[in-house]
Design a protein around this ligand. Sequence first.
Ligand code: A2P
Length: 480
Amino acid sequence: MSDFGRVESPGSIDSMTGDTTALHKLLDLAPVTSELDGEFFQRNEIVRHGPIRYEQRKNADNQPIVGIKRLRAESYCNAGREIRTIATCDGSLGQPTLCRAVSITVVLPAWHKSGCLRGVEIRRLIGNNQELFRPIHGASFVFKQVAVVGATGAVGRIMLQLLAQRQLPVQQYRFLASARSAGKSLEFDGKTYQLEELTEKAFIGCDLVIASTPDDVAQKYLPAAVEAGATVIDESGYWRMKPDIPLVIPEVNPQAALITHGIIASPNCSTTQMVVALKPLHDAATLRRVIVSSYQAVSGAGLQGTVDLLEGTKAQLAGGDYKYTTFAHPIAFNLIPQIGSFKEDGYTSEELKMVYETRKIMGLPNLAVNATCVRVPVANCHSETITVETERPISPDEARSLFSSFPGIIVVDDPARGRYPMPADCTGRDEVFVGRIRRDLSNPNGLSFWCVSDNLRKGAATNAIQIAELLAAHRFGYRR
Ligand code: A2P
């Protein structure tokens, strides 16, 4: 079924105003069979325009057709770094009636080159089923040049796997790392690339940068990427809490990613999985308080963290010594109740990230959150015990149902058969797993559960790629 159409509409942006001829011609091709779905914002799919009204009319063969009543299109020009309305069309084509929803998107060739209107895409949304039709991508409907910064790191390597698997519509990739790696070759999606050194000039020509580096590197280099006209998705901790920087989990606050063409921060791994799990509970019963303890894998400390666990374990089993480079104490056969450095009131930086980032992403500046973060000798996947207090009680059955119907959450909760999420089972997965869902015996409005997720995937690389997909959907109508 092909419900897509595109009309080339050369001329200035202003020439769209009042001129609906081309749109009507196109819309006349679309038969109308079901009711208007007024919901233009569904899960991660953003439809990019303001209110549109439709009406039903008949063509020469007495078939119902759709006509546009009003259209507001948005530009993605870099000017002012914000989305702004560029075109409005008003038609008066008779009595509006309900019809199947059609979203109309006006797409510019590239947001940093304001100019002609290039195309209009028509897509249909049917009911709530997100039955969307993949756009026919022209050359101007994809990211032209995407740079992956920190491509050699623990998260960077997973990003490469995911980008190859998920086939984001990108014309050209570049891979950047430190001077130590520059010139080395890297395999990506069946091709060999040469790693480039990260410098401030390296971003010329990029329209998207996905970065996972230490904080100081992100601080120093990423503003140059924005200057060069790129949108940046950053995994580091440096930009996350800056007031003008959106901090985004696509399942939770996708709209935050769409207000900028600058840096978009991806949250800390331990925060991300918790907030995904908190969101459906909050939507249903309003969170009052969250208490979390984390059991965090060594891969969260970078590639060297994993080396420390393996080499430290081998050395200890052999009765020898090992000099740890990432951890202040042995991690083999041990737990370390410190992740990051100590800050105010005896909390570590990792614990405070869980507090402040959660509040920012959820838009709940006063949410009571208390975190204890512990490094454990697990190779990959962070685990968390989470207890929430909500405005009204949520039963374990209701919580299972809320979790199950939320995108990106998988419930594994059959304690009688020994089934609950464990790091060994969740590694390499993109979802957040929850189990051990039970009442908080100490609080009538309390609920406790266990939550596991791959910290390198949903906690980092997957979230970043999902943000990129969100931008592609928003700007180009891309859908995986
Ligand atoms: P490189 O491998 O060349 O050092 P991890 O979190 O696993 O330690 O990875 C960090 C990533 O950030 C790596 O790709 C690393 O590249 C990169 N990186 C670290 N320091 C710099 C720097 N000063 N300039 C550019 N990239 C850096």
